[in-house]
Design a protein around this ligand. Structure first.
Ligand code: FPP
Length: 247
């Protein structure tokens, strides 16, 4: 069992859940079976994060580019998402988990969007952990959305040009008031960011694992957190400055 230091927990963990298709292929199953198993991994990881005391968990569940997948796969993913929200809604309330979502949510099928909104409303007073789903999400689109929001507020006189700084800019992102991720996990051996949280991961620690998402579990999560806890986060400063040695 990995030793976890409760004092040094990442506040926000973001995950690129990759490898569902490869998991299914290895087992000579349809890709959709990989996604179904992927939902079980989502459940296990959400529970583990809540029990550990992680404050924010962002999951890359569907990218803007994913709409280009075969229609059958897109429908299956949307169906799984809706089923997850319906099944887990009460559980989230019981476990004090607030659901939030980032992305071009208006692209989602109407029934999925309605279920998503209902679950977000149902959990809006929960304050134990935020489960943030990235849906029809793209980092570049998010930055563009922020720029458009700023232009619109400038035009309407709600914002003055001199008020635009890093702190006000980040409020216009879909992640709004969420802290930046401390740890970004990507499964299945790829070393890419794939248009995920481009602005927010400036100083995020990356953890890449060969494990395919359907095989990712509590133990794998603890391994990632233990690895994160060994890192020295310098945010551009020197090691001596971080450790208070010398000047
Ligand atoms: C990547 O595997 C995974 C996805 C595109 C979707 C992730 C979705 C889920 C785990 C299920 C739905 C989510 C929730 C929150 C209920 P891939 O298909 O790209 O795998 P491959 O690279 O091996 O083909």
């Amino acid at each position: 069992m990995e030793e976890i230091d409760q004092e040094k927990l990442p506040r926000h963990i973001a995950i690129i859940m990759d490898g569902n298709g490869r998991w299914a292929k290895k087992k000579k199953l349809n890709r959709i079976r990989g996604h179904i198993k992927g939902v079980d991994a989502v459940r296990e990881v959400v529970t583990a994060c809540r029990e550990l005391g992680i404050k924010v968990l962002t999951l890359y569940a569907f990218s803007i580019e994913n709409w280009q997948r075969p229609q059958e796969e897109v429908s299956a993913l949307m169906g799984l998402l809706k089923e997850y929200l319906v099944k887990e809604g009460e559980e989230m309330v019981k476990n004090n988990i607030r659901l939030s979502a980032i992305g071009r949510l208006e692209d989602l099928p109407q029934d999925v969007l309605t279920t998503l909104r209902e679950t977000m409303e149902k959990t809006e007073n929960c304050d134990g952990m935020i489960l943030n789903l990235a849906l029809s999400y793209g980092g570049r689109s998010e930055i563009l959305h922020a720029v458009r929001g700023i232009i619109s507020d400038l035009k309407e006189g709600k914002l003055r040009e001199e008020e635009i700084d890093l702190s006000s800019f980040q409020k216009y992102l879909w992640t709004g008031n969420l802290p930046d991720p401390d740890l970004l996990i990507r499964t299945s051996g790829e070393s890419r960011i794939s248009n995920f949280l481009l602005y927010q991961i400036a100083y995020t620690e990356l953890y890449l694992t060969q494990t395919l998402w359907p095989d990712f579990n509590r133990k794998e999560l603890l391994k990632a957190i233990a690895d994160y806890q060994l890192r020295e986060r310098r945010f551009g400063r020197t090691s001596e400055q971080i450790n208070g040695i010398g000047t």
